[in-house]
Design a protein around this ligand. Structure first.
Ligand code: BGC
Length: 465
């Protein structure tokens, strides 16, 4: 690891942390916001969801921005948006301004969520690429965990009643500023410099980041990949027949990552633990922070250790089995759990089983679909369409996340908790079959080799190793 690789890693970690903090913070902030602005249920949802909307817009713009202005400047912009949006939220005099602040932060999150993993994929040496991109996922989980901790701390503190939510949301300016500062000194991606014909600069950056690299060969292989056209492809080209397979793999993973239920569980953990007999808010905060937040961080560390040796496919296939099985168990346990409002004095057996199942679910997600999705999305596209392809897959991931969190409660009302968990389990089964058939192994291959892989094989089946 050179000093510059550490800087690259720092950019990735701060950008991921920003994403995660935002995922985790709103649950603790909502009660204070509701009280201060006397929000209707509709407005509560708007305040919550406009970040997702902003992120959708940001992720769609992120690819074009990082092709146009470079990966580094795009991350500067994301840092600035995030800091500004956090300040707007912190000082919001009314709900409308708060929503504007949420949207701005969301755009920053979406832009960073595209630019940072793209940057990591382009700058990390092939042997470390999986680990670099999984570090992004690790940072997301640490961000979620930190947000839970900050919330608990602020709720428990002696602050005046209306203060905590401003402090919670305003604290997001810190990672925003950190991203700005690190992006100021970070190196630009040599692949992007090659795209805009600045080979000399690309050479000096590549040598700075990886002094041992055979630099001319490396740049030649980038150039070969870019040869057909050095400009970024127009949007429409991403749908071209030629890129259909990488596009399907990226979109498929983006969708399965969400429709198997991760965010429904992260979001409703508190409610689930309430039914499981954790009566006090403090007990629920503790079990949510550690059983969900903490386990998520630790299991992601496992993925980082193994992703480049074990490979993407095996992790995905194993993780989907763990996720599906634990969802089936959770669904069964819910048959025996008292309806809400009738919580027992302490955790029931079914409640303990549910906690255990959720820990297995989070663990299985965190070593598979969590990090592998982002890794694969960022390595399957050829340079020419990579920015757009990653942006599209990321936007679809946000869109799916939005739909699942919108649907979850209505689904529980319509078919019950057990059936809802079993539906997620069914998606795990479908996801497993799809991964088995469609997702090739990409570990230890350079981005250019991965392109040759698409071209040289007629079907995914011949890629299974
Ligand atoms: C997903 C998020 C999820 C997080 C949980 C990420 O990979 O994209 O939607 O909340 O993992 O750790």
């Amino acid at each position: 690891m050179t000093r510059w690789l550490v800087v690259v890693l720092a950019v990735v970690i701060v950008a991921g942390g920003l994403f995660g903090y935002d995922q985790g913070v709103i649950s603790g902030a909502l009660p204070g916001i509701k009280a201060d602005f006397s929000l209707s249920v509709l407005m509560v949802q708007v305040v919550t969801s406009w970040v997702t909307l902003g992120a959708l817009v940001g992720s769609l713009a992120g690819g074009a921005l990082s092709d146009q202005f470079g990966r580094r400047r795009t991350m500067l912009l994301a840092g600035a948006l995030f800091t500004f949006g956090a300040a707007v939220q912190w000082s919001a005099p009314d709900a409308a301004i708060l929503v504007v602040g949420r949207f701005i932060v969301g755009v920053g999150v979406g832009v960073a969520a595209v630019a940072a993993p793209l940057y990591a994929a382009e700058l990390a040496p092939a042997s470390l690429r999986g680990r670099f991109i999984s570090s992004y996922q690790l940072a997301i989980t640490i961000g979620i965990f930190l947000a839970y901790l900050v919330n608990a701390q602020l709720i428990g503190g002696q602050l005046p009643a209306s203060t905590p939510w401003r402090a919670m949301l305003g604290a997001a300016a810190a990672p925003g500023l950190a991203l700005l500062l690190i992006a100021l000194i970070a190196p630009e991606s040599p692949r992007w410099l090659m795209m805009i014909n600045r080979r000399a600069e690309a050479k000096s950056v590549a040598l700075k980041v990886e002094p041992a690299i055979e630099v001319d060969g490396h740049l030649d292989s980038i150039e070969e990949a870019l040869r057909k056209d050095k400009e970024a492809a127009p949007w429409g080209e991403i749908f071209h027949r030629e890129w259909r397979r990488p596009l399907m793999v990226a979109i498929g993973l983006a969708v399965f990552q969400q429709i198997t239920g991760i965010n429904a569980i992260i979001y409703y953990a508190d409610q689930i633990f309430a039914s499981a007999g954790f009566a006090t808010e403090a007990a629920r905060a503790t079990v949510t922070t550690w059983a969900i937040g903490g386990v998520n961080v630790v299991a992601t560390l496992i993925a980082i250790a193994f992703i480049d040796q074990v490979g993407r496919r095996k992790l995905l296939l194993a993780g989907l089995i763990g996720m599906g099985a634990s969802l089936i168990v959770a669904g069964a346990a819910f048959r025996f759990i008292a309806p809400e409002g009738q919580a027992t004095a302490g955790p029931t057996v079914a409640g303990i089983v549910t906690v255990f199942a959720l820990v297995v679910f989070i663990t299985s997600f965190a070593f598979s679909l969590g990090p592998v999705t982002w890794t694969v999305i960022n390595e399957v596209f050829p340079a020419r369409v990579r920015g757009r392809g990653v942006a599209l897959a990321t936007a679809i991931n946000w869109g799916s996340a939005y739909l699942v969190s919108q649907f979850f409660l209505s689904l529980v009302q319509a078919i019950g908790s057990s059936m809802t968990f079993w539906l997620f389990a069914l998606f795990c089964v479908i996801g497993w079959v799809w991964v088995y058939r469609a997702v090739p192994e990409t570990k230890q291959q350079s981005l250019e080799q991965i392109q040759k892989l698409w071209a040289s094989t007629a079907s995914a089946a011949s890629l299974f190793k």
